[in-house]
Ligand binder design. Structure first.
Ligand code: UDP
Length: 326
């Protein structure tokens, strides 16, 4: 099978590429390296087992001629190219909306034209300001006002979901929508705000861990390889078409407890510093207090179960970070 991965040099994309290469498929990657990195996929292009089956294009998904060729060539498309992370969205407001809305529409349009099955990655952000748990796919959504720019990310991802549904309804596009909840693991960078790589780097440098707010906000973290297995299984399942699925873990932890766990796991002498949101982001910044997915739907369809514990995830990230710094 020929698999196209937009954003294939990114954190999740590179793990997805690796899994398909391991499986024996041909992998086509398009990535503009805005947040992705060549070092994430370089080892595959040099690996004797993979190098004849990986085709890398460092380019934008707005290159229409190239995308025509790639979508036309491949059997299935995973659309992961996106602006991701609250910090990145706040620092690149226009670019983020353009890539997330217009970029996704372009990909969907081409997939409809060539009748290719496509999986898009939306986000747990779409749920907005809930603090109940678990969040299920049919829940209502609640956003803050448009003056609080973080909600643009949720709104853009929600618009992607509507656009995919519209192509499915009107053009018969075989589209699958996934909402990823705090996916973590090796190759994730802390440069765009993601908490685990940031805390691990801070702990390894014996610097204070920067916990935002009072640290009582909570998350569930999912290991990237568990997420990748779920995305692949959904793509292979005809009943997934036209549907929305949460993909996430169930082990809830507050951010301050996460910081304590990482200090312990690294044997660091770091302290924990509470930083007000307005210092970390901007005035009147709103965080999501709690974010726990209901995973009954994906479990029923593909038997999804997050396998990797948070302790194991942290161990993997620590090992990766140490190796990278060596
Ligand atoms: N966070 C933090 N310190 C950091 C980075 C993030 O306390 O250095 C918090 C952030 O405010 C959020 C949680 O950790 O409550 C998860 O942040 P991340 O950016 O990883 O993902 P999000 O859940 O915001 O999409």
């Amino acid at each position: 099978m020929k698999v196209l991965i937009t954003g294939g040099a990114g954190f999740v994309g590179s793990h997805l590429a690796e899994a398909f290469l391991e499986k024996g498929d041909d992998v086509y990657i398009i990535d503009d390296l805005s947040t992705g990195a060549m070092e994430n996929i370089q080892p595959f292009t040099e690996d004797e087992r993979f190098k004849d089956r990986i085709f890398v294009h460092i380019d934008t998904i707005f290159n229409h001629d190239l995308m025509l060729e790639l979508v036309g060539t491949c059997d299935v498309v995973f659309h992961l190219a996106a602006a991701v992370g609250v910090r990145y969205i706040l620092e690149n407001p226009l670019k983020s909306i353009t890539i997330n809305i217009q970029g996704t529409e372009k990909v969907l349009e081409l997939c409809a034209k060539f009748k290719k099955k496509v999986l898009i990655t939306s986000s747990s952000e779409v749920y907005g300001k809930h603090d109940h748990a678990p969040l299920v796919e049919t829940d209502n959504i609640i956003y803050g006002p448009s003056s609080k720019f973080r909600w643009s990310y949720a709104a853009s991802k929600l618009m992607d979901e509507f656009t995919a549904q519209a192509y499915y309804r009107t053009k018969g596009l075989q589209a699958i929508i996934t909402r990823l909840f705090n996916t973590v693991g090796p190759r994730q960078t802390g440069a765009y705000g993601m908490v685990i790589p940031r805390f691990v780097s801070q702990a390894l440098e014996n610097k204070a861990l920067t916990v935002y707010g009072d640290g009582r906000q909570s998350r569930t973290f999912t290991y990237v390889k568990d997420v990748v297995a779920a995305l692949m299984a959904l793509m292979a399942q005809d009943d997934a078409v036209g549907e929305v699925f949460n993909v996430g873990g169930t082990e809830e932890i507050s951010i301050v407890e996460l910081a304590e766990k990482i200090v312990k796991a690294t044997g660091s002498t770091s302290t924990i510093e509470l930083i007000p949101y307005e210092e970390a982001f901007e005035k009147d910044f709103e965080d999501m207090q709690r974010r726990v997915p209901g995973i009954e739907k994906i479990k029923a369809l593909i038997g999804f179960e997050p396998k990797t514990s948070l302790d194991d995830i942290i161990r993997q990230v620590v090992e990766y970070t140490k190796k990278k710094r060596a």
